[in-house]
Design a protein around this ligand. Structure first.
Ligand SMILES: NC(=O)c1ccc[n+]([C@@H]2O[C@H](COP(=O)([O-])OP(=O)(O)OC[C@H]3O[C@@H](n4cnc5c(N)ncnc54)[C@H](OP(=O)(O)O)[C@@H]3O)[C@@H](O)[C@H]2O)c1
Length: 307
């Protein structure tokens, strides 16, 4: 029987189990995929802890994980465009951390041969999110954009996408990530108290756009720097959206397989780097989420489900 991550009650990482499940069978317009790698995202911690119970209640036993990459293993009736054996990446809400997953045929795209599995697994999650945030503030050539948590899963992709649009990018990070950011052409600055002054020292002519990926008063810093609300996007500070009218474009605004394909192609061509901070076997899912919960690291943590 295939194995999958499940939890039967809300709680800490200890409620996560790897259990045998029935082999899933694809229905009309669905595809069965043998998962090779599945991403781990901090938002999944909130779902598992019950923080989002009102918004997105769990149906126990609940699965976990959304974005993944794998190999097509079966086709439901009416599916065209995929055949068994195709390498794909996609999105399967609360189900992706499993040896076999069912995804809608409209939630999959071909994986470029040159892209490795771990990176491919992150494209429909943080890749799409990063794309949406950058598009929200429309950086133009020569402008200066600040990206917070710039070594995190979303931030490191958003910072590179803003650079690909021709902007100068300043990224907030801990000092351990400064060298990584510099290799990607991102100018690092330490987050925390005094951030606004440090940004002004780097960009005395001002900042044009600001992408908040952490919520540590970043929107307040951006407003104090004179960035206009429609050129600020946050994915981590709902109060700032309500209070200041800043944007909050996120993953659901870029949930498009054709867009995932474009991002995957950029990554396969080496124009976009998706650093993998750590890769874990499925059986180590509890430890993997403990590490994600640290909220420090360089890029993405992923589950490697199959060699
Ligand atoms: N709504 C959506 O569609 C959506 C989608 C994806 C993510 N999100 C949300 O977006 C946020 C970012 O997600 P993610 O996957 O990029 O997170 P992540 O990978 O866990 O972010 C980790 C990064 O945060 C940095 N960090 C730690 N403390 C910080 C601080 N005080 N200020 C600024 N940066 C700090 C760390 O930097 P150092 O390691 O350098 O210390 C680390 O690189 C999360 O809140 C997540 O839930 C929303």
């Amino acid at each position: 029987m295939p194995r999958a991550v499940r939890f039967r009650r809300y709680g800490g990482p200890e409620v996560l189990e790897v259990v045998d499940v029935e082999r899933p069978s694809p229905a009309e317009s669905e595809v069965l995929v043998e998962v090779v790698a599945a991403a781990l995202n901090p938002g999944e911690i909130g779902i598992r802890e019950g923080v989002f119970d009102k918004l997105w209640p769990a149906r126990f036993p609940e699965g976990q994980g959304n974005d993944f990459a794998g190999v097509v293993a079966g086709l439901g009736p009416g599916v065209s465009g995929f055949t068994v054996g195709d390498e794909v990446l996609g999105f399967a809400p609360r189900a992706a951390q499993a040896e076999l997953v069912i995804a809608g045929a409209d939630a999959l795209v071909a994986k470029p041969a040159g892209l490795d599995w771990e990176q491919a697994a992150c494209v429909a999650g943080v890749g799409a999110t990063a794309w949406a945030t950058v598009e929200a503030v429309e950086p133009r050539p020569g402008e200066t954009v600040v990206v917070s948590a710039a070594a995190g899963g979303v931030g490191i992709i958003a910072a590179q996408l803003a650079r690909l649009r021709g902007a100068r990018v300043i990224g907030t990070a801990g000092e351990g990530n400064f060298a990584l950011l510099r290799t990607l052409g991102i100018e690092p600055v330490r987050y925390g108290p005094g951030l606004g002054e440090r940004i002004t020292a780097l960009a005395p002519d001002g900042v044009d756009a600001y992408l908040d990926n952490f919520g540590d008063h970043d929107v307040e810093v951006a407003l104090a720097l004179g960035v206009r609300p429609h050129r600020i996007n946050t994915i981590a500070d709902g109060d700032a959206v309500r209070d200041h009218g800043v944007r909050n474009r996120a993953q659901e605004d870029a949930a498009s397989p054709s867009l995932w394909g474009r991002l995957a192609d950029l990554a396969a061509l080496g124009q976009l780097t998706i650093p993998i901070a750590a890769s874990y076997e499925l059986a180590r899912v509890q430890q993997a989420y403990r590490d994600v919960a640290s909220r420090h690291g360089s890029g993405k943590r992923v589950l490697r489900i199959r060699p």
